[in-house]
Design a protein around this ligand. Structure first.
Ligand SMILES: NC(=O)c1ccc[n+]([C@@H]2O[C@H](COP(=O)([O-])OP(=O)(O)OC[C@H]3O[C@@H](n4cnc5c(N)ncnc54)[C@H](OP(=O)(O)O)[C@@H]3O)[C@@H](O)[C@H]2O)c1
Length: 167
């Protein structure tokens, strides 16, 4: 039984890896990315202490942007840079989000949590506050990192995962 399972699973994993590799977005190493409003942008990064948030901060600074890192615990964030401002806040506290939002040109959200085993509304309530503050401060652009399966990315799930969520 195990042998049959492995005989099916291994080719499936190989084909899937190949297809996902083929569909991966093209890298633009070394090429300037057009943003349509000049090369320097004032970016608010939410979730800046997280795994991807730290990468976003570093890459935005490397590209010469003015970065505001929105963090709950500034003591957890050790990066220093002339173009970096660290702001203490909580996405669930609207006033702190709006205060950090003023004067920004764009928002990157890498908001996430590790509370997988009980319900919480950090993402939905947090995003509601981010959008409300963007409207209030007239900030036009948002890039939000969510999870595979949200919105139209559901089409990129492999059929095994899809069939476990939508039997
Ligand atoms: N990493 C991946 O491979 C991957 C893949 C697909 C999708 N994603 C999605 O991308 C997002 C970020 O992933 P990640 O791995 O970088 O997450 P992470 O390491 O867990 O970081 C989450 C960030 O959100 C912050 N945060 C949580 N609650 C907050 C609150 N109430 N107010 C302000 N900040 C708050 C955390 O701050 P604290 O440090 O204070 O907790 C942390 O900086 C998640 O939504 C995740 O599902 C990640």
């Amino acid at each position: 039984m195990l042998r049959i399972f492995l005989l099916v699973l291994i080719p499936y994993a190989l084909v899937l890896s190949f297809l996902l590799w083929r569909k991966a977005p093209a890298r633009r190493d070394g090429k300037a990315v057009s943003r349509g409003w000049g090369n320097r942008v004032r970016i608010l990064i939410i979730g800046a202490t997280g795994g991807t948030g730290r990468q976003l901060v570093q890459q935005a600074l490397d590209q010469g942007h003015q970065v505001t890192a929105f963090v709950r615990g500034p003591s957890k964030f050790h990066l220093e840079h002339a173009n970096l401002r660290i702001v203490k806040g909580d996405v669930l506290d609207y006033a702190s989000v709006e205060s950090a939002m003023r004067g920004q040109s764009a928002v990157l959200s890498a908001l996430g949590h590790k509370r997988f085993f009980y319900p919480n509304k950090i993402q939905s309530d947090g995003m509601r506050n981010i959008l409300r503050a963007m409207k209030a401060c007239d900030v036009p652009r948002l890039i939000c990192e969510t999870a595979l399966g949200i919105g139209n990315s559901v089409g990129r799930w492999d059929c095994l995962t899809r069939s476990s969520f939508f039997p």
